[in-house]
Design a protein around this ligand. Structure first.
Ligand SMILES: Cc1cc2nc3c(=O)[nH]c(=O)nc-3n(C[C@H](O)[C@H](O)[C@H](O)COP(=O)(O)OP(=O)(O)OC[C@H]3O[C@@H](n4cnc5c(N)ncnc54)[C@H](O)[C@@H]3O)c2cc1C
Length: 399
């Protein structure tokens, strides 16, 4: 691995930036960007623009309708989009379900779903976690009983992000209670409009609604909606969770935070001088900047390992997840502090809210408190830091 500048990658970065300058509508770029999925209308409009350009699936191979980009190209694309304030894509469809469909689904299932993912018309949510089954996912209890050519699904999922604005859900269910717990799980695709599904909101600490409880009460799901064979759910889940290690740190978000912090450093004042003139602020800022650079170098290493299908990429991805999410929390907290009194202003919803009077540093301040609160969850979702540390320890000590 060498860290010399890569001319090909620099040219690609310029290509993406030029595309964004030309094709990203100004009204779409003006929204706060952070951890939360963009509003449905914005996401769909942007997805269609990307798809028209052949960039509808940046993470997929060309043979599956994707761009065929390398891991580093994908990171460059993500970073340029976040820096430009572009809407998010549907990460559940793009990064989690898409690779599963490409690998395990039948041609009919692919034909039924892939075009709608590419053109943004079918948004997805992930129905894995249950009360009591989060880290220990294999203990899940939502039951799917076969009745002819349907499964009848009963049970509850929790923390289902965006279930309230998704069209379909990919769901882990227990189809066999007699075998080892991992062997009794199957993977179903379920239309959220099917009778018997109830979605109940969970308001989170950032005072927003992206989380839900999702209840299944005698929900009839065609057997044809099962991916893989009955009992293949755990194998498919391991495949799904084993993707995209290099993006575990969310480096584009860290870099965007640093950009925002730079703006604050020179525009916010402490007394008569800008914040950056305060030695304590400058020291903390420099330290965070150095830590993000260290994460960036590690991301490049992991991207290279991932490109080579190295098995160690998995544990390295866990290291990135721990470092990246802890940094997200520290930088977003620092920004709220740096905003002084204005840091306390939490918007009711980061997507669309505005105050009567603009804040100083409006672009940075808007939604920042919500963002900081939301980031409390980053060391939980996608596998908690404790679980990640367990994976790292098992690799280091070959347990
Ligand atoms: C904002 C947010 C969005 C989410 N979105 C989704 C979603 O869309 N779909 C979905 O299915 N799920 C989602 N989740 C759920 C998420 O995957 C789980 O919260 C996570 O896996 C942890 O599970 P748990 O909450 O049940 O905690 P538990 O597994 O009960 O853990 C409780 C505590 O015990 C610790 N612990 C557990 N096992 C171990 C171990 N082996 N070693 C050491 N410590 C351990 C944990 O680290 C934690 O501190 C989301 C969660 C959050 C916070």
């Amino acid at each position: 691995m060498d860290f010399q500048p890569d001319a090909g990658l620099d040219a690609f970065r310029e290509e993406v930036r030029a595309f964004l300058r030309e094709h990203l509508p100004r009204d779409l770029a003006g929204k706060p960007v952070g951890s939360v999925r963009s509003m449905r209308a914005d996401l769909v409009r942007w997805q269609k623009i990307l798809n028209r350009h052949g960039w509808g699936a940046p993470y997929w191979a060309q043979k599956n309708g994707g761009t065929g980009w390398t891991v580093m190209q994908r990171l460059v694309f993500d970073e340029a989009c976040i820096a430009a304030g572009a809407p998010t894509q549907d990460g559940f469809a793009q990064k989690l379900l898409g690779p599963v469909l490409n690998e395990f689904a039948s041609p009919q299932q692919q034909a039924e779903h892939v075009p709608f993912i590419l053109n943004g018309e079918r948004l997805w949510c992930q129905g894995f976690s249950e009360p009591g089954s989060g880290s220990d996912l294999a203990s899940l209890r939502t039951r799917a009983q076969r009745e002819g050519d349907h499964y009848v699904v009963n049970g509850q999922k929790i923390w289902t992000s965006y279930a309230h604005e998704s069209d379909w859900i990919f769901l882990l269910v227990r189809t066999d209670t007699e075998v080892k717990k991992q062997a009794g799980i199957s993977f179903l695709l379920v239309d959220m409009n099917t009778p018997g599904i109830t979605v109940r909101p969970i308001r989170s600490i950032d005072d927003c609604h992206h989380l839900n409880e999702t209840f299944f009460d005698n929900v009839r799901v065609p057997v044809a909606n099962r991916i893989g064979a009955e009992g293949d759910g755990w194998k498919i889940t391991k495949f799904l969770l084993n993707n995209e290690h290099a993006s575990a740190a969310d480096l584009p978000i860290l870099r965007r935070y640093l950009m925002q912090l730079r703006t604050l450093a020179t525009t916010q004042r402490a007394g008569a001088s800008p914040l950056i003139a305060q030695p304590a602020f400058a020291l903390r800022f420099a330290r965070l900047e150095a830590e993000v650079s260290a994460v960036a170098m590690m991301v490049e290493r992991v991207a290279a390992m991932e490109q080579d299908h190295s098995p160690a990429a998995h544990a390295m991805g866990s290291m990135l997840k721990v470092r990246g999410t802890e940094l997200q929390q520290r930088i977003s907290e620092f920004m709220v502090e740096a905003l002084g009194d204005y840091g306390a202003v939490a918007y009711p919803e980061p997507h669309d809210a505005c105050l009567d009077a603009p804040l100083p540093c409006e672009d940075v301040a808007r939604g920042m408190a919500n963002e900081m609160f939301f980031r409390r969850a980053s060391t939980i979702y996608g596998g908690t830091s404790e679980v990640q540390r367990g994976i790292i320890a098992r690799m280091l000590f070959q347990l």
